[in-house]
Structures are given as structure tokens and as C-alpha cells.
Design a protein around this ligand. Structure first.
Ligand SMILES: [Zn+2]
Length: 384
């Protein structure tokens, strides 16, 4: 196997427990794994060398929340929101219509294009959700196609109740849709997915419906994740913790009790700054979560409605500027936090044995993500 030494690193972030950051460092990659980390002067010889140019080297970002299986564009909605209209979950149904009308090739090409944007901006592990098909066939092809792009595939048949179950063209009640999700749709999707997710929110699914859907997924061997507390306070956070969900995402409106429950659990609180930015909602204050001892992740929530960004650097800048993160906490949330939200131990850090997924920055420190917002400071993206 070929070994590679990365030299001339001004600042190396490994997230090692004893020494999470080191200066004047070198790192050796062997067979796609981190094989050696230490002071530059002690670096062993390797087959190849990469000069970091006095830049900073960090773990690749782990984006634990992205909706990439869709077609269409909703720039008009964004424009209207910026002119004063509020965000409602129902806009999802527009994307559902466009997604159903797309061919497999179009769906996959759009998702692959977004994956390549994500990667070029440093995300080396990406979760992909379904949720814009909302029929057995359209959800099945969404998770099946997503599985060709990432191992972190999430079945989100419970994104919203599709229009045909509300206007009586297929059935006259939402219970019939929940029956479909936990029955035939879950059977078709579970073989291609690792996770099940529910949009537990006013306008989407109630806490009781969410419980039924998540429990059905768990019984099929899927891990649970929950969208909750995006539009207001809800019992969704407590449901997520009770069911042992890996992550509860959004948390725009968290109560003190929610934070207490999260801090005493291994459910990660995943914050999505792109959503508050794109919907003009108030940013959650991460200090409440971090001071209580909760594990926090940052993710893009890339989707065509409420957060159409593929840029984790943008999320870091907003997180530091508006959510109370220090630059180090934001980086940790976007790497190690995302890995925890996907229950992955091999990514999100550069300790010995980690996957060699890393970013070489054209900057002496990762602080530049927030200090120089919008500037493309990622020079190289390496992944195992
Ligand atoms: Zn989402």
C-alpha cells in the first residue's frame, strides 16, 4: 500500500482527547487510514508527500442532514419570504409534484450534482434523505438511488401527508397515509436505508403519528432520527430521546426541559443554521445546549425549500456569528458532532485509525471559516 505524509501543517485538528489541536504537525496516511500523527520534525518517510503549505488541516465535514432526492426549484418562495411571507411546511408538496414527474436519471443527476458541491466544500460524509416521493414507488426509488451515493440513507416517507390523502383522491384521511408509510412503503424502503426520520411538526406529523412511524422503522432495524421544534415548541424532542434516536434536528425552539432531556441522553441536537437564515427565524442559542452538556452537530439541511445551501463553511460562519458557537465548537459540531449524529466512529476526527477524510485549508486556522465568510479557503479535499 502507498503511504502519504502531509507536511508543513501550521495547525492540525485531530480531536484527539488529550491533544485535539497541534501546531507544526505532520500526518501519515496508510491504506486510507490515519497511521501516524506527530511533530513535523519527527515525521517518518512515506511513498508520497503532500505539502500543506503552512495551512490548517482539519477532519472532513460530516453533514448529517441533507435532502438531496428531489427535482425542481423554489426560488420564488424564497423571494416571497424575503418580502415578508412566513415559511410553512406545505411548500414541500410543490417539490413532491416535481420529483414525481422526474425520471430516475434526472433525480440521480441532481443529487450527484449536489453531492459534488457538498464535497468541494469539504463534506466527505453526507446523509441523504428521501421524502419528496411520498408514494411507495417514488420513495423506494429515492432511497435506492441515494444508496448509490452514500451509505447514510434515510427513509423520510413521513415528510408531509401528500395532497391526494388530504383531498380524498386516494383516501380521505391522514391515518391512511400513516398506514401506508408503516406498511408497504417501509417494506419497500427499509432494504435501501439505514435510518428512518419523521417531520414531527404542526402541518406535518403529530407526536402520536411520529411515534408510530419511528417504532415501525426501529422494528425493521432502522435507526431513528427526528425533525422537531423547527416552527415552535413541541414534544418531538422528548419523543426522540425516549425512542433512542441518534439525532433530533432543527431545535429552533427548545424548552429548558428539552435541553435537560437531551443533555442526559445520547441523542445529538443537530442545529441547521441555513434554515433560520433562509426562513428569517430566530437562531437557537447553542450556549444553552453546550453549557448543559448536550452533544451538538451542525448540518446544512440542504433542501430546495427552507435551506438550499451545500456549504458547511457557510453554516460555520453563521453558527459563530449568530448562534453563540466559538469557532472551535462550530468545527467540532460540523465534524465530530455530525459523526455522533450518524453514530459513526470512523469519521469526524483524525485520531489514529480514522478514515483519512481531511481538508487542507488555504488559511492558517479554521477560524477563517467565520472570519472570512464566503471565501473559498478549502484547498484540498482528501477522502479514503
Ligand atoms: Zn430537514
Amino acid at each position: 500500500m502507498t503511504t502519504t505524509v502531509i507536511e508543513n501543517i501550521a495547525l492540525l485538528v485531530t480531536h484527539d482527547d488529550e491533544r485535539p489541536e497541534r501546531t507544526d504537525a505532520a500526518l501519515v496516511i496508510d491504506d486510507g487510514r490515519v497511521a501516524w500523527v506527530g511533530d513535523a520534525r519527527d515525521a517518518p518517510a512515506a511513498d508520497l508527500s503532500l505539502d500543506a503549505g503552512g495551512g490548517c488541516v482539519i477532519p472532513g465535514f460530516v453533514d448529517s442532514h441533507a435532502h438531496l432526492m428531489f427535482a425542481g426549484d423554489r426560488a420564488d418562495e424564497f423571494e416571497a419570504r424575503m418580502a415578508g411571507r412566513t415559511y410553512e411546511a406545505g411548500g414541500i408538496r410543490r417539490t413532491v409534484a416535481a420529483t414525481r414527474a422526474a425520471t430516475d436519471e434526472q433525480l440521480l443527476a441532481n443529487a450527484a450534482r449536489l453531492m459534488s458541491e457538498l464535497r468541494s466544500q469539504g463534506s466527505t460524509t453526507v446523509e441523504i434523505k428521501s421524502g419528496y416521493g411520498l408514494s411507495v414507488a417514488d420513495e423506494e426509488r429515492s432511497v435506492r438511488l441515494a444508496a448509490t451515493l452514500t451509505p447514510e440513507v434515510t427513509f423520510l416517507g413521513a415528510h408531509v401527508v401528500p395532497a391526494e390523502f388530504l383531498n380524498g383522491t386516494v383516501a380521505d384521511d391522514r391515518d391512511a397515509y400513516v398506514d401506508l408509510v408503516v406498511g408497504e412503503m417501509l417494506d419497500a424502503c427499509a432494504p435501501h436505508a439505514r435510518w428512518i426520520d419523521v417531520f414531527c411538526e404542526t402541518g406535518a406529523f403529530t407526536v402520536e403519528e411520529s411515534r408510530r412511524i419511528l417504532e415501525a422503522g426501529i422494528a425493521k432495524g432502522l435507526g431513528a432520527r427526528v425533525h422537531a421544534a423547527q416552527l415552535g415548541e413541541s414534544d418531538g424532542v422528548r419523543l426522540a430521546v425516549e425512542l433512542g434516536a441518534a439525532s433530533v434536528d432543527h431545535g429552533t425552539f427548545l424548552t429548558d426541559r428539552d435541553i435537560e432531556v437531551l443533555a442526559g441522553s445520547n441523542t445529538v441536537a443537530t442545529l441547521l443554521p441555513g434554515v433560520e437564515f433562509s426562513t428569517r427565524q430566530p437562531y437557537p442559542d447553542v450556549r444553552r445546549l453546550l453549557d448543559a452538556g448536550a452533544t451538538v452537530a451542525l448540518a446544512t439541511d440542504c433542501n430546495p425549500g427552507s435551506s438550499f445551501t451545500t456549504s458547511m463553511p457557510f453554516c460555520l460562519a453563521v453558527a459563530v456569528r449568530d448562534m453563540g458557537f466559538t469557532p472551535a465548537e462550530a468545527l467540532r459540531a460540523a465534524t465530530l458532532g455530525g459523526a455522533a449524529a450518524l453514530r459513526r466512529e470512523d469519521v469526524g476526527h483524525l485520531r489514529l485509525g480514522a478514515r483519512a477524510d481531511l481538508l487542507v485549508l488555504d488559511a492558517p486556522t479554521y477560524v477563517h471559516f467565520a472570519y472570512r465568510p464566503g471565501v473559498p479557503i478549502i484547498r484540498d479535499v482528501l477522502s479514503a
